[in-house]
Design a protein around this ligand. Structure first.
Ligand SMILES: *Cc1c(COP(=O)(O)O)cnc(C)c1O
Length: 412
């Protein structure tokens, strides 16, 4: 059967305005060229080694595996990368591609600010001009990230139109791109959006499983029985699964945000729960959480990185073909897993990553001891201190925030 370019089963494609057609075809050409050029991957990996701290290690969770009494659990430590998550892999890859295309400026949109932060770091390092779009609401709420982006030399623009949220920032970024195509590249942060982004971002993130497949065989002397990763847009999970896709004996599990429950607006589970339907939005075809009229529903998650209405078209396809199984972890299960990892192993996980841990821990309990579970720890939790301290209802923390606010009001 002929494969339609940019499609994964019925999902994917590039539904883009006519003004951007030539930019996308230029991008696609440049991507195909670097993909078949082994020296590009070498240049990319060398940058990751010397700047971002790769290879990231694998850590065996001896105490937790023992406590749970089942499968042996190992973590792939993307939290140890420069900037604290797997996002640096993708932005450095696209940054190098931009240099190869001879462009001088990058733009991006960001919600919680993590992708904008990573993009600003990359732009500073590679000498690119950088402009980050944020909905005004996020711009105000995510002051810590905005502060760093500005210190790194990026221009951060609060978007004041529409609902002042992520999707309005996305529209503004696309408007900018269509006006500055000759000089500018749009750095998409996850394995979503129009072709070639899902495929390209997956390719850059595949460095995770390229390393882990060798590392786990060195350490555990076998292939993993299962690989777990959390799923927002899908980039860390696809990168974690990529080199195992052909090994049918390795089970792959994507974990979405189960939030507070299964009702509409209470979660962001597009594939684990049956609520999402196929549609076209934001330039590509996938499963969206939408109503019958195609209007996007509200989503919720304790972790901003998993709170998204769409999902990678590649994952939608792998779900349909049953190569990847999807589960949802609730906020409560996630916080429990986060606590266990801190207390028993001294590792502070990002809230996103703790979703994958929650399901892996539950399933490890019910599995034989000779099984090897590999869980991608997509990021570290420092960034989540405000959310975690609030969720754990730490009274001293509340006092600390209140006192800080008082200090400032006295000064001004
Ligand atoms: C952004 C983010 C995610 C979600 O994005 P994916 O594209 O699904 O990987 C997960 N974990 C962390 C730590 C993140 O920063």
């Amino acid at each position: 059967m002929m494969k339609k370019e940019g499609y994964f089963g019925e999902y994917g494609g590039a539904f883009i305005p006519e003004v951007l057609q030539s930019t996308f075809s230029e991008l696609n050409k440049a991507y195909q060229a670097i993909r078949s050029d082994a020296s590009f991957w070498q240049e990319y990996y060398s940058l990751l080694q010397t700047y971002a701290g790769r290879p990231s290690p694998i850590t065996y969770l001896s105490k937790i595996s023992n406590i749970l009494g089942g499968a042996q659990i190992y973590l792939k430590r993307e939290d140890l990368n420069h900037t604290g998550s797997h996002k640096i892999n993708n932005v450095l890859g696209q940054g190098l591609l931009v240099k190869h295309m001879g462009k001088k400026r990058v733009i991006a949109e960001t919600g919680a600010g993590q992708h904008g932060f990573a993009t600003a770091v990359m732009a500073a390092r590679l000498g690119l001009e950088c402009c980050i779009y944020m909905g005004e609401k996020d711009y105000i709420r995510q002051r810590t990230n905005v502060f760093w982006m500005e210190q790194l030399g990026a221009q951060v623009i609060p978007v004041k139109v529409g609902t002042k949220a992520l999707k309005d920032a996305l529209n503004e970024a696309f408007r900018d791109w269509s006006q500055n195509m000759a000089t500018t590249h749009y750095v998409l942060g996850t394995a979503c959006g129009p072709h070639p982004f899902p495929e390209m971002v997956t390719w850059f993130q595949s460095v995770i499983s390229q390393e882990s497949k060798e590392q786990i065989q060195d350490i555990a002397h076998c292939m993993p029985s299962r690989v777990y990763a959390c799923v927002g847009g899908g980039s860390n999970s696809l990168g974690s699964f990529y080199h195992y896709l052909e090994n049918e004996q390795v089970k792959l599990i994507g974990v979405e945000a189960g939030g507070k429950g299964k009702g509409i607006g209470q979660h962001a589970a597009r594939l684990a729960l049956p609520s999402a339907t196929t549609g076209v939005c934001q330039g590509y075809k996938t499963k969206f959480l939408q109503n019958e009229e195609g209007q996007m529903m509200s989503t919720y998650s304790i972790s901003s990185g998993l709170d998204y209405i769409g999902v990678s078209p590649i994952l939608a396809h792998l779900h349909e073909t049953k190569r990847v199984r999807f589960e949802a972890a609730t906020d409560e299960e996630t916080l429990q897993a986060l606590g266990l990892l801190m207390k028993e192993e001294g590792i502070i996980a990002a809230l996103e990553s703790a979703h994958a841990l929650a399901i892996a821990f539950q399933e490890a309990k019910k599995s034989p001891k000779d099984q090897v579970f590999l869980v991608t720890l997509s990021g570290r939790g420092d960034k989540d201190i405000f959310n975690i301290a609030e969720a754990l209802e730490d009274s001293q923390w509340e006092q600390f925030i209140t006192d800080k606010a008082k200090e400032y009001s006295v000064r001004s």
